[in-house]
Design a protein around this ligand. Sequence first.
Ligand code: SF4
Length: 328
Amino acid sequence: MSKEEKTLLTIEHLVKYFDVSQSILHKEYVHAVEDVSFEIKKGETLGLVGESGCGKTTLGRTILRLYEPTSGKITYDGGILYDKSRGRQPDMFDFRKKMQMIFQDPSASLDPRMTVGDIIAEPLDVHKLCASRKDRTDRIHELIERVGLTQEQANRYPHEFSGGQQQRIGIARALAVRPEFIVCDEPISALDVSIQSQIVNMLEDMQEEMGLTYLFIAHDISVVRHISNRIGVMYLGSMVELAESFELNRNPIHPYTKTLLSAVPIPDPKKSRQRQRIVLQGDIPSPVNPPSGCRFHTRCPYAKEQCKMEVPKFREVEPGHFAACHII
Ligand code: SF4
């Protein structure tokens, strides 16, 4: 994977709450994304990991403004995508051509009443990118072949395809507008293990070929660590650690990252026996009423009094290695 140093996306203090109030007298919010800041470089893959419900999918969707942020600022290639301090937010129509999403469940994300060709061409039609009927058909054929299917399959319907093929269709649709940035939201977690590596290899080849930038979301750190240049770890809506992939694996700083890495299987049985697995006590707390101070303090083996009261700053501990913890 190529990696240039130019910053493509800058996320600053991004917050996303969902109003789940049952009454107007008692307001309740899901604190899905809490004060998250990071950058994505052009051409890189930034992996985003954490348990289900930690806010990583919401973060991906909020960056694309599929969910409107609650506050914060998002800058894309020098242009403002969202800035709470401005009253009126920019129109997303032109940004949508540059930023796409691949969804976790391919069967749910493809309209069962549309042919595969029409599904792939939908973004082309929305953005009026084809000059003629022939242009449209040629582009559908080019895209469908690029993801390993055949031209004849363009006239079929989604239910006639396997899960892996449906995900290929979802990828072709995302590529149709020639995007620069793609949020890959757990794109392989619903697929058979035998198909997963094919899809990952295809995404890597496309990145090389088209200079794409990925935000690759997964709940399993072992999936992202091989394909990501850098990895961000989320816990209960907050980013707790961010570093180069190799560095994060070699030298995890945050207690939660250490827990995640201790659960990754090691192929060598001797090394596996020597390694100590860290098992967290308790369940992940409710994002409606998250713990005070460090959100991880209710499960952290190193928690002290300060952790209950003060939110740890997300800071650069070593060059390029960020973490949020009071004891580092
Ligand atoms: Fe654990 Fe405290 Fe660090 Fe949070 S701030 S991870 S509770 S030691």
